[in-house]
Write a protein of this length. Structure first.
Lengths: 387, 289
């Protein structure tokens, strides 16, 4: 008898609370921004870096007064870099948390999947660093902050052919969206140039043993090895290349841009050049402040992934300030963006009709166990994404 | 010629790692008929303990034995705490339990205060000489793996064939009840079984951690099923078979990648080899008698 009464009371209380909860929403005191990134699984280091940097950006913005007088709130879910998980967390962000916009701090595969959900729901999504071309092709609400993969690859080509003067080139591609986009761009630059591709192969994500394939690359005697990888494969690759005595210059891309790469590769990383957007030697205040604060707050150096997520929050906040907290307002503001200089990864010049950011691309070299400035590319012919 | 020798050496090194991992698995199957998937957790725990001790002391030659002991103890505890209670249950029970144990162990290791979701460097300077000849180069770590595996396998051989308890193991593997009836202390034999197998797995974990310079919570994922492939290939419960299978698989993977490239993910090669061999020798290479 007591149990029945207790049960009925509990049910009644629950119903009342639920009704209260679903009352007509008041004017929001904060602007909610959705953010998803992998904080578990093999991509956890990158995803956590992205999350931390995004949280730092929100902190900076709120300390400076917020957006339109209101504070920003970042709502984060882990997608483990898995497309199916990304889809479900983005749905949650849109339907349950009712965020104004979504930022992807995840890899290309997951971002592509999430983009469809956002486009369908009419919510703006910014891809912080995922590079695959199809992401923005999903629809008119999807914008990219980081450098498009094919542009990054093309810049890699300019780096290898023009700056390094290589004639014999080996290409090793990680067999996924990321790697394929980079290699496509890279090869497109090599067309018609006086160079020879002496070796080209793909390898699966997660591979740990490169000695056999590096031996074949060594036998082909290239000047440069353009190898796409994430920090885990990259670390094994450069270590084993050093062990077998490969003399070719190794050129990587943003996948190498992580303190974890430097830690795992040890002194084998010395001299590796990567195409990336974070210039640690950039004298601008926003960059040095970001690098210093990130190191102070989280104890490890920031990387490109983090810098891109930081910039995505900055850009979104700017767009909300300019256009208002609605999808239409944000889209309109982004279309009108010109020379946005508050980005750590360099200025965003403007957005193409295809919603790709046109921006200079950099290269860094590992010297003394840290990344430093190596080169800068801003030739419009090079950095403008195809329309 | 030098290319061939180099590839052969790479394959043998990889084979050593596979063997150290798989022997424990086949030993447990041989005596208990349990597929001890949690063995891969012992491997990871060995690597984690090794890394921890190395970070504290900077001494590789201290971290290796400590990790091996920790692994051995973990293995024995798994037997005493889990498997012993379910020895008489239908075979699926220990299998599911083992899988569950493995998953719990991995999840625990991923906690921030243990290994977390990151990879950690294991930059141990082993101090062994590297081999530099015109035809063949071996790094210090590769020399370590080859010699340590040889020594450990020799030790296992001596224990199995020259000691009373080894005799007891071989008898129990043939017929557990009969051996018990003849006075073999089955519990002791089984505990030894887990001890030896787990020590080897922990050693494998440390060696792999140093060789690839990374230790991480999910490093047992691929070994958990690859070791299984190897023991089936070699004949379940058959130690020489496992050794043979480990080398064959490693060499197959290495030569395929070296000649043709990554036409298949490396792990698919393992299963293909398994299917091929089982088609012609259903009990494995040396299985059955």
């Amino acid at each position: 008898m007591v149990r029945t009464r207790l049960f009925v009371t509990l049910v009644a209380v629950t119903v009342v609370l639920a009704l209260l909860g679903s009352c007509a929403p008041k004017e929001p005191q904060v602007y909610k921004i959705g953010f998803f990134s992998p904080t578990t699984g093999p991509a956890a280091a990158d995803g956590t870096s992205a999350l931390h940097a995004a949280q730092l950006a929100v902190k900076f913005i709120n300390e400076a007064g917020g957006v339109r007088g209101k504070k920003l709130e970042l709502i984060h879910y882990d997608d483990a870099a898995k497309p199916d998980q990304a889809v479900s967390v983005v749905r949650k962000l849109i339907e349950q948390d009712k965020v104004i916009a979504v930022i992807s701090g995840s890899y290309s595969g997951a971002t592509r999947a999430a983009a469809s959900v956002c486009q369908e729901a009419g919510v703006v999504m910014l891809s912080a660093y995922a590079i695959h071309p199809d992401i923005t092709k999903t629809g008119d609400k999807i914008f990219r902050v980081g450098t498009l993969g094919t542009v990054e690859g093309k810049v890699g080509g300019a780096l290898v052919v023009d700056k390094l003067g290589a004639k014999r080139i080996a290409i090793l591609t990680i067999d996924n969206d990321f790697g394929r986009a980079l290699t496509e761009g890279f090869k497109s630059y090599l067309q018609g140039k006086d160079v020879e591709i002496v070796f080209e192969e793909k390898y699966p994500l997660g591979e740990t043993e490169f000695k056999a394939i590096l031996q074949r690359i060594k036998d082909a005697n290239p000047d440069v090895l353009f190898a796409s990888a994430y920090y885990s494969e990259a670390a094994n690759l450069v270590r084993q290349a050093k062990e077998i005595g490969l003399k070719a210059q190794i050129v990587g891309q943003e996948g190498y841009d992580s303190p974890k790469f430097l830690e795992l590769a040890g002194d084998a990383a010395e001299g590796v050049i990567i195409v990336t957007d974070l210039n640690r030697d950039d004298p601008r205040e926003i960059v040095q402040k970001f690098l210093a604060e990130y190191q102070k707050e989280y104890g490890i150096p920031a990387d490109m992934v983090g810098a891109s997520a930081f910039d995505a929050v900055q850009i979104l906040a700017w767009a909300i300030e300019k256009g208002g907290p609605t999808t239409e307002g944000i889209v309109k503001a982004l279309k009108e963006l010109k020379n946005f200089d508050k980005a750590v990864t360099g200025p965003i010049l403007y957005y193409t009709p295809g919603r790709e950011a046109v921006r200079p691309v950099g290269a860094q070299i590992v010297k003394g166990g840290a990344f430093h400035y190596f080169a800068h590319f801003d030739d419009p012919a090079l950095i403008t994404p195809p329309q | 010629m030098s290319s061939f020798l180099q590839i052969l050496a790479s394959g043998l090194v990889l084979g050593c790692i596979y063997i150290l991992l798989a022997i424990g698995l086949t030993m447990v199957y041989g005596i208990l008929q349990i597929l001890h998937i949690a063995h891969a957790a012992v491997y990871t725990i060995g690597a984690a303990v090794g890394l921890g001790v190395f970070n504290l002391t900077g001494n590789f030659w201290l971290s290796l034995p400590v990790a091996m002991v920790a692994g051995g103890i973990t293995g024995v505890l798994i037997y005493l705490g889990v498997y012993r209670k379910i020895l008489d249950a239908p075979r699926i029970v220990p299998l599911i339990t083992s899988i569950g144990l493995f998953m719990v162990a991995q999840d625990l290791l991923q906690k921030k205060w243990l290994l977390g979701p990151y990879m950690h460097a294991f930059p141990a300077q082993v101090g062994l000489p590297a081999l530099r000849t015109p035809y063949l180069n071996l790094t210090s770590n590769e020399v370590l793996i080859l010699t340590l595996t040889f020594l450990l396998l020799l030790a296992v051989y001596l224990i199995m064939n020259r000691t009373k308890i080894g005799l007891g193991w071989r008898a129990s593997a043939q017929d557990r009840d009969m051996a018990a009836a003849l006075g073999v202390n089955i519990n002791q034999v089984i505990a030894l079984n887990f001890l030896i197998g787990s020590i080897l797995a922990a050693a494998a974990g440390v060696l792999v951690g140093v060789y690839y310079n990374k230790v991480f919570a999910t490093m047992g994922d691929v070994p958990s099923y690859k070791a299984f492939v190897i023991i089936v290939l070699g004949g379940l419960g058959n130690i020489p078979g496992t050794i043979l299978a480990g080398f064959i698989l490693a060499l197959a993977e290495t030569f395929l990648v070296a000649t043709v490239g990554f036409v298949l993910p490396r792990d698919a090669i393992a299963f293909l080899v398994l299917i091929l061999v089982l088609m012609f020798r259903p009990k494995g290479l040396l299985g059955g008698s």
